[in-house]
Design a protein around this ligand. Structure first.
Ligand SMILES: NC(=O)c1ccc[n+]([C@@H]2O[C@H](COP(=O)([O-])OP(=O)(O)OC[C@H]3O[C@@H](n4cnc5c(N)ncnc54)[C@H](OP(=O)(O)O)[C@@H]3O)[C@@H](O)[C@H]2O)c1
Length: 372
């Protein structure tokens, strides 16, 4: 029997094996943690989700609403936000869901949003920085910032800092920053914040912003130790949302065709964020990076570098000109300096009154130089 190519391609075995592969892939898309099996209730808790009108953010907000939280949808479009508000209220049966307007790419808008929250809300227990863009052409905002950096990183940094006191007051509280596995392909160059030395090909800028998300989260977690506020970042998976809207139609077409079988739905993409924000398993965990299946994984080496983390905070604080930012820990620094000083003083020979104090100061000076 001779086989033609057409016979081979049209053989029913192809159809069966493709369906089988799709079924296996679909089953594997679900992680081991199931939000619907998580009994945690959020009654009396307040949560903010940025970019909650569509995609992953909408399902995060819906989950919080189903757990009876007071949910604030932080969206940039009134009409898109209102549509999501109606849908979430209807699907959850929770009327305590509200819309507030924010454009994370504008520092003025972020400040206005934060001021409104501080005026209206007595407590804040969950802040999810989810809003993000990918594939935007290079642009500079009226604040002089590169637009993708402003949207994905600098705006969320300012927002978090402005709400930090409220979060601390409401502790235990959780900050969850939606990053991406793409952060591993990002690079750190602080001149990127203002659009300098930046090459915009495909998702390069996006990758940089997502790396900065993880670096900042880890540094924030370090600074929040002992406050009862945790900060973690995560990868939601490759998710079928509107995230590709700024790419050309060919890229979007390929993404959508491949995505039908292999990528997560927006609901599935929300799982790792919900895990970080509400699960009992993540209570008290801070400064970590979670994969889309909710497992703890190591982020890129730059995100684990304490010196880069410290620089990140310094640059961001200067960039947003933030007086409220937790720039340094002056009390801790003063205490550790005093401790160092006392140790040095007790370690030198005080019998020689002439050599004693200058020697202490000399030791002190060299220790400070070493620390720097
Ligand atoms: N989808 C994926 O495969 C994937 C993978 C890794 C990480 N992520 C991350 O997951 C997060 C959610 O993405 P998604 O996939 O759900 O994308 P999406 O469907 O495009 O949703 C993005 C959300 O962010 C909002 N947003 C964008 N720019 C904003 C701004 N300047 N101010 C306020 N809100 C703004 C959008 O509002 P409008 O609708 O008004 O534009 C929308 O609500 C993003 O941080 C993204 O980087 C996604």
């Amino acid at each position: 029997m001779s086989w033609e190519i057409a016979d081979f391609i049209s053989h029913p075995l192809w159809m069966v094996s493709t369906l089988l592969l799709a079924a296996v892939t679909r089953a594997q898309r679900r992680g081991p943690w199931d939000p619907s099996a998580c009994p945690v209730r959020l009654t009396g808790k307040t949560a903010i989700v940025t970019g909650a009108n569509t995609g992953i953010g909408k399902f995060i907000a819906l989950d919080f609403a189903c757990r009876d939280a007071r949910v604030i949808l932080a969206c940039r479009s009134e009409s898109r936000g209102m549509a999501a508000l109606k849908e979430i209220r209807q699907r959850s049966g929770n009327q305590n869901v509200h819309l507030r307007i924010i454009d994370t790419s504008s520092l003025e808008s972020v400040r206005k949003f934060a001021a409104q929250i501080l005026e209206e809300e007595k407590e804040l227990h969950i802040l999810v920085n989810n809003a993000g863009v990918s594939g935007l052409p290079k642009g500079i905002t009226s604040d002089g910032l590169e637009v993708s950096f402003a949207t994905n990183h600098i705006g969320p940094f300012l927002l978090t800092n402005l709400l930090l006191d409220l979060l601390k007051k409401s502790a235990p509280a959780r900050i969850v920053n939606v990053s991406s596995a793409n952060h591993k392909r990002g690079k750190v160059d602080f001149s990127h914040f203002r659009g300098e030395n930046l090459t915009c090909i495909m998702d390069t800028v996006y990758n940089h912003t997502k790396l900065h998300n993880v670096i900042w989260t880890n540094e924030l977690a370090r600074r929040l130790q002992g406050t009862g506020v945790t900060a973690n970042s995560l990868h939601p998976g490759i998710v079928m949302t509107e995230v590709m809207r700024h790419y050309n139609w060919i890229v979007r077409l390929i993404f959508n065709i491949v995505g039908i079988c292999f990528f997560k739905s927006a609901k599935e993409g929300a799982v790792s964020t919900i895990y970080c924000a509400v699960a009992e398993e993540t209570e008290g965990i801070s400064g970590k990076y979670f994969d889309s299946d909710c497992s703890l994984v190591l982020p890129a080496p730059d995100a684990r570098d304490l010196a880069i983390g410290a620089k990140e905070f310094e640059y961001l604080s200067k960039t947003v000109n933030c007086e409220d930012c937790e720039l340094s820990e002056p009390i801790l620094e003063t205490l550790s300096m005093m401790w160092l000083f006392i140790n040095l003083y007790t370690s030198v020979d005080h019998e020689e009154t002439v050599g004693g104090w200058p020697l202490v100061l000399q030791h002190f000076h060299s220790c400070v130089l070493m620390a720097e």
